[in-house]
Design a binder for this molecule. Structure first.
Ligand code: ADP
Ligand code: MG
Length: 323
């Protein structure tokens, strides 16, 4: 693959964001930002580790990589603006397939008015894609994990466990109810940008996106805020066709499954109606799943699962890399 003709082929014909001064084509991209805070993050995906060519088409890989980054922007309460893509291309991938990865990102770029402003293209032994995202947030409206306070209610958007169920369907052929739904939740998750960026009205809200399962996300909020969080197991929302899977898997997937890219948050009780109102406007379901309480005086910040009136401390994490 010729690197230069490839870069030309993925170079945007026009840019959308008026903060941009120079996109692709020089040593660096240039943009200006006078008033907002700038937020940025990078995510890396390795073939065979974070996705598989067997279960995902190239355009779905591209879509998903960008969607995951956008989910982080949503979890910060930000508005996405730019992305950069670094890609390691093995010989076994055709130029058209790599282009399809980039085309897979286009619908999201269009939907959220993003510009591809740079990247890097190199050859190597396995396909690796790394996406850097840049967004803006109004000062004072960055949604930190450390903002949970005792007395807050805990909520989650959408339904949980769907993505893991979709992967299960992809890996185990058969007849399933809602097959297409679960698969699309896995391969083409929807970042909750439009929901979270309408919450600027709120003075305080802690947000985290559900990448590793609600328990793991709650744990991160609890630790960062130095509080404990109680999750009521039976309140965790699932899709209507979720009950077709074995009970044990349902529990595992909804609590520890991850990759649903929904938002987990905590807010003062008085703000709950406002959250519901915004969600309704976005045709998104929000569910109260628990509450924030003082940290355990003896030990620390914990997550508890409440089931049938009993509290159980959860020590088990969702999926943790490098273990
Ligand atoms: P350099 O030698 O400075 O690294 P390159 O030849 O790698 O420059 O890249 C030329 C231009 O193309 C730069 O603006 C760079 O950001 C952009 N670019 C290279 N690879 C990609 C990619 N995979 N996605 C988006 N832009 C890219
Ligand atoms: Mg380069």
């Amino acid at each position: 693959m010729d690197e230069f003709s490839f870069i030309r082929s993925i170079q945007p014909k026009f840019y959308r964001n008026h903060h941009l001064i120079k996109g692709i084509g020089d040593d660096m991209a240039v943009f200006r930002q006078a008033s907002d805070h700038i937020i940025t993050a990078v995510d890396t995906f390795v073939d065979g580790v974070h996705f598989s060519r067997k279960t995902m088409k190239p355009h779905q890989i591209g879509y998903r990589v960008l969607a995951v980054n956008l989910s982080d922007i949503a979890a910060m309460g930000g508005c996405p603006a730019f992305y950069l893509v670094s890609i390691v291309v093995p010989k076994s991938w055709k130029k058209e397939e790599i282009q399809a990865i980039f085309q897979g990102m286009d619908p999201l770029a269009k939907k959220f008015q993003l510009d591809l402003i740079g990247g890097d293209t190199v050859s190597g032994h396995e396909l690796v894609i790394s996406v850097t995202i840049i967004g803006f947030v109004q000062e004072g409206k960055v949604r930190y994990r450390s903002d949970a306070k005792p007395g807050d209610i805990a909520f989650v958007t959408g339904t949980l466990g769907d993505s893991r169920a979709g992967l299960h369907i992809l890996l185990n052929e058969g007849k399933y109810k809602g097959k297409e739904y679960f698969i699309s939740r896995h391969v083409m998750p929807e970042p909750r940008i439009n929901f979270s960026k309408q919450l600027t009205f709120l003075k305080r809200i802690a947000l985290n996106d559900v990448s590793d399962g609600i328990i793991s996300e709650a744990m991160e909020v609890a630790e960062a805020s130095n509080v404990s969080i109680v999750i009521k197991e039976d309140f965790v929302p699932v899709h209507k066709d979720f009950n077709q899977f074995p009970k044990k898997l349902q529990r595992k997937w909804k609590l520890f499954g991850g990759e649903d890219f929904e938002l987990f948050g905590t807010v003062p009780l008085k703000d709950w109606p406002y959250i519901q109102q915004i969600a309704q406007k976005e045709k998104l379901v929000v569910t109260k799943v628990g509450y924030v309480t003082d940290r355990n005086i003896h030990a620390g910040a914990y997550v508890y699962l409440e089931k049938e009136g009993k509290l159980e401390r959860v020590t088990e994490r969702g999926y943790t890399h490098l273990k």
